[in-house]
Design a protein around this ligand. Structure first.
Ligand code: ADP
Ligand code: MG
Length: 502
């Protein structure tokens, strides 16, 4: 069973809880834009579908043409509330939309509607495990500052216009939930683990399709470094990280760059930077604006967003079981360690696969070991999700049943599993039969082999009797070989010891 370490308290007391890089502590905070999965825009009826002909899906409201008025999309608010409930936040009974004013080609109306002073979702936390290292799983908690509703801008297209830039406004007005953390992360791996967990939550509750290539889930990483115990350093914000791999590379590069600057006697200047996956480097895009530069003011076209307790309750009642609640149930009902339960609730599909198999064979811990071991290894190496696994939960359950009732050894079961996976066989018992993998349960036959091996290996026997435990392994090996791997290793061990000690 894995050991669980919780470093949250140490971190809140300002002690380093992540690996130091050249003597510096790494501090990271995230701002994530999750595109909400509504059919229409946040303040208009235009479609949010991805991939339409440029500029066919932005309507007069999205462009704020004179005479138009925005109308709040109820579905976007519901999704924000669902998110807040999923991460234990306070849902503000009254929140305000503001105009964030800036000029950019993809924002011809000159302002973005966002929430500034009073966001709809306040506080909460995302909890997760770091990948297990040597049997120790570190439990992390990243506090959320807020999550607010806002509209997306359009998009500049630099590639298709022979040296000119095109503007596609289809994305203008697409609903976003911007999720902001405290600067609670202490390494690039922790940042990636947080982003994965957040991605899991938003896709699990179905408020976002999570498609990172299409930009439905975009992370900005705020990164600074400091000597342990010092005040927070100046941060630089890496924009639009849309793959977990780039996220880690970009943060690692940025950390090294900042440390070099400081060691060379330069101060870090607050800036927004872009990561270039081709060079693996980050580069400053602009020095960072302050909130004052945006001239925020309440949007006069939109009334305050009011959310009643009844509405929140209705949404709560309709939400399906959350991953962490399901994990707690797995611990309670199946006696699983917390680490297993958390890993198995990575996705709804994996959780269902586990539960189906555990229910039908009654061996929850064995099922968990197999899913986290053999099954995950194959899924990862083939880069597929569990929904596409060639071995069904029903097949795995039968196989595990055969291990539990002593029909096959673990090793033999792995051969059966490979056969199932490759599609060369579909029926567990038929494969065991055809490959002759049945464990030898006939003690008489086994005893005969044991005796033969003992009399043929006098040297090993003498060594064992003289106190060399390793000599026993040699004998076990011989017996396993003679039985063509069908003997039960534990049984062989017991038999040998009892014969050699008499
Ligand atoms: P702004 O309003 O300018 O975007 P915020 O205070 O909202 O600034 O912080 C934005 C993000 O930066 C948050 O996720 C926060 O946790 C993170 N952050 C703030 N200070 C630091 C720092 N010194 N190092 C790393 N991240 C930081
Ligand atoms: Mg911000």
């Amino acid at each position: 069973m894995s050991e669980i370490v919780n470093t949250f308290e140490a971190q809140q007391q300002g002690r380093p809880t992540g690996p130091l890089v050249c003597g510096y502590e790494v501090i990271i905070g995230f701002e994530t834009h999750a595109q909400l999965s509504t059919a229409s825009k946040i303040f208009s009826r235009a479609s949010t579908a991805f991939g339409a002909e440029p500029n066919t899906q932005a309507c007069a409201v999205d462009l704020a043409l004179p005479g138009t008025l925005p109308v709040m999309n109820k579905g976007a608010v519901e999704r924000a509330i669902e998110f807040g409930l999923a991460v234990g936040s306070h849902i503000a009974p009254r929140s305000i939309f503001a105009r964030k004013n800036y000029f950019y080609p993809d924002l011809p109306k000159g302002y973005q509607i966002s929430q500034f002073e009073i966001p709809v979702v306040q506080g909460g936390a995302v909890e997760f495990f770091m990948p297990e290292v040597k049997g120790v799983a570190e439990k992390k908690s990243v506090r959320l500052v807020r999550a607010h509703l806002e509209e997306d801008a359009g998009k500049s297209l630099h590639e298709d216009f022979i040296g000119q830039t095109g503007i596609d406004l289809n994305r203008a007005g697409t609903p976003l939930l911007e999720i902001v953390t405290e600067p609670d992360m202490r390494s690039s791996s922790e940042a990636v683990a947080y982003a994965r967990e957040l991605h899991k939550i938003v896709t699990w509750i179905g408020i976002c399709d999570g498609n990172m290539q299409e930009g439905s889930f975009r992370c900005d990483a705020n990164v600074s470094v400091r000597k342990p115990g010092a005040a927070l350093g100046t941060r630089r914000e890496i924009k639009n990280l849309n793959s977990f791999k780039f996220m880690q590379q970009a943060i690692d590069y940025e950390v090294r760059w900042q440390i070099e600057q400081i060691e060379d006697g330069h101060a870090i200047e607050q800036a927004t930077v872009l990561f270039n996956p081709d060079t693996g480097e980050t580069r400053a895009m602009r020095t960072k604006e302050d909130a004052a530069d945006y001239r925020y003011f309440p949007d006069p076209d939109l009334p305050p967003l009011c959310i009643s307790e009844q509405w929140i309750q209705q949404i709560r009642d309709l939400m399906s079981e959350l991953p962490r609640v399901m994990a707690q149930r797995f611990v309670r009902d199946y006696g699983l360690p917390e680490y297993d339960a958390t890993t198995l609730t990575q996705s709804k599909a994996m959780a269902a696969y586990f539960e189906d198999a555990a229910k039908s064979c009654g061996q929850a811990k064995l099922v968990s070991n197999w899913i986290m071991g053999e099954v995950s290894r194959r899924l990862n190496s083939e880069d597929i999700g569990i929904a596409a696994a060639p071995v069904t939960s029903a097949q795995l359950a039968v196989l595990i049943g055969r291990i539990a009732d002593g029909t096959v050894s673990n090793n033999a079961a792995r051969q059966v599993f490979d056969t199932l996976w490759s599609g060369e066989g579909a029926e567990v018992d038929a494969i065991i039969e055809a490959k002759g993998l049945k464990q030898m349960n006939d003690t008489g036959a086994l005893e005969k082999i044991v005796e033969e091996v003992i009399s043929a290996n006098a040297k090993n026997v003498a060594e064992f009797k003289a106190g060399n435990e390793k000599a026993l392994n040699a004998l076990v090996g011989q017996i396993m070989k003679a039985s063509k791997g069908k003997a039960n290793p534990q049984q062989v061990n017991d038999l040998l010891r009892s014969k050699l000690n008499t």
